[in-house]
Design a protein around this ligand. Structure first.
Ligand code: TXA
Ligand code: MG
Length: 364
């Protein structure tokens, strides 16, 4: 299959280009498109056959459910059964935007979309290209992130092509995704609202509306249990290199990273995700550096994280050293993605496993 790439203005996409993409969706094809979070791989959410194509193109296990995207919150009743009043309230407050609500699945959405669950994840994206595509398609669009399964999510059209060229019909190239991490997933089907994945809508913003919201940063191992708690897969967003994640946000953590680099950089090719404040110290080491912006601006780290993982892979590093920003605002989502990229292990354990020098543990 040849994958066609169409450039569009991210603010005012050409209606003719959008209509061509919409007709691919209506015919049951696959179109990658920018959202404000990351690029999505879209198909007609009402067609089981079209949706099966998404799982195949991404090599995604069929146990991992997809998010259904709508043009407007008013369509919620078309895809979800009896959404509770709180869903409408959250929709009014956070849509369009990076919040996904898990609700009871409506009859128009085939089970394959939700990996057989009787729930459905729904969001109304804010990106003008996503909005235009949804309006033109006139069907809800199921769209996971447009990467191969377990690879870092794509924040540009070239990331999409890196993973999916020749496997999908079309990419709408609308430049870099402005937020850079995926939506926050909030489950409203249990006794209490539960955040399944921290993301583009900060937990603090949800707490202001939902004081009783729970967040369990629980990550499950890769196989099997997906249906019990989907969205919690641990091996996810993985670069090819092993990621060593350091705990702590102070200068002592930066010092530990430099010390570790001194040990491993002699034998292995090392990459570093560094905050601006540390760039100068790193420049004295034989390592590949990718900057995440100032340490106190997690929005910048969010925007740059996935591109950084892909870029360091491209430069051929074997180990990536990283630490997270403070776990506030978008910092929580950045930490979550780093933790999963590290497959749930902190640097001390990984270094020990690799036979490197033992580093004293540090508690936050
Ligand atoms: O920002 C985003 O959410 C992007 C853009 C394209 O909208 N999409 C995205 O989709 O990140 P995906 O498939 O990569 O992640 C969807 C997450 C997964 O963690 C999945 O397990 C969870 O949402 N999810 C989907 N349906 C669910 C359901 N019925 N119950 C619980 N979790 C669900
Ligand atoms: Mg994904």
């Amino acid at each position: 299959m040849r994958t066609e790439t169409i450039q569009v203005d991210p603010e005012r996409p050409d209606p003719a280009a959008v209509e061509r993409a919409a007709s691919v969706i209506r015919r049951g094809g696959l179109v990658a498109f920018p959202t404000e979070t990351v690029y999505g791989l879209g198909a007609d959410a009402t067609s089981a056959r079209a949706v099966a194509g998404i799982f195949e193109a991404k090599q995604r296990p069929s146990s991992d459910p997809l998010i259904v995207h709508l043009a407007q919150a008013a369509q919620l009743g078309e895809v979800a059964q009896a959404p509770p009043p709180i869903a409408m309230e959250l929709a009014g407050r956070f849509w369009p935007g990076p919040l996904t609500l898990v609700l009871c699945r409506g009859a128009s959405i085939p089970a394959v979309v939700s990996a057989g669950l009787d729930t459905v994840a729904v969001r109304v994206p804010a990106h003008p290209v996503a909005k235009a595509l949804l309006e033109a398609a006139r069907v809800p669009i199921a769209a996971p992130s447009a990467n191969l399964f377990a690879r870092p999510s794509p924040t540009t059209a070239s990331h999409v092509l890196e993973d999916l060229d020749g496997r999908i019909d079309m990419v709408l190239d609308g430049g870099a995704a402005p937020i850079g991490v995926e939506s926050t997933v909030l489950d409203l089907t249990g006794p209490l609202p539960l955040v399944l994945r921290p993301g583009g809508t900060p937990l603090e913003a949800l707490e202001a509306v939902l004081p009783q919201v729970a967040f369990r940063p629980k990550h499950l191992p890769l196989s099997g249990e997906a249906a019990a708690s989907p969205g919690m897969l641990l091996k996810h967003y993985s670069p090819k290199a092993a990621l060593w994640l350091f705990r702590g946000t102070g200068p002592e953590t930066a010092a530990r990273m430099l010390e570790a680099a001194e040990g491993v950089a002699r034998a292995r090719r090392v990459g570093v995700l560094a905050f601006d404040e540390e760039l100068e110290s790193w420049s004295r080491f034989p390592v590949e550096i990718y900057g995440l912006g100032p340490v106190d601006q997690p929005e910048q780290a969010a925007r740059r994280l996935f591109a950084g993982l892909r870029e360091l892979d491209r430069r051929g590093v074997e180990i990536i050293l990283a630490r997270g920003p403070a776990r506030q605002g978008l910092g929580e989502a950045v930490w979550d993605r780093l933790f999963r990229a590290a497959e749930g292990r902190l640097a001390d354990e990984q270094e020990a496993a690799a036979g490197g020098p033992e580093i004293p543990g540090e508690l936050e």
